[in-house]
Unconditional design. Structure first.
Length: 97
């Protein structure tokens, strides 16, 4: 699981509150169940989706997340997924939703 201290460090460096839209999700959660596997970062608590709506917010969060050791980044229109990975997952990757 992501240590709270790691998220807090990201928040401290960012200098603003972070709104988490999704963290741990049980494997039976509809989004996870639709994936057809249970080894995703949300089912292991190894990630967080952080709400952001502008390109400058996304850039700042991603830049800081990479510096803080989050090497799995998903970029969406209104959130950034930051993750630490897990068994069977590529250790360093960036994707778009």
């Amino acid at each position: 699981m992501i240590p709270m201290s790691k998220l807090q460090m990201l928040r401290n460096v960012y200098g603003k509150p972070l709104k988490i839209s999704s963290g741990y999700r049980h494997p039976t959660h509809p989004v996870e169940a639709a994936k057809g596997h249970s080894n995703g970062e949300h089912t292991t608590g190894n990630c967080a989706d952080i709400v952001c709506t502008s390109g400058s917010e996304r850039f700042a969060i991603i830049e800081i997340a990479l510096e803080q050791g989050f090497h799995r980044i998903g970029i969406a229109k209104n959130f950034v997924h930051i993750g630490l990975g897990g068994p069977g997952l590529p250790p360093s990757v960036i994707w778009l939703y």
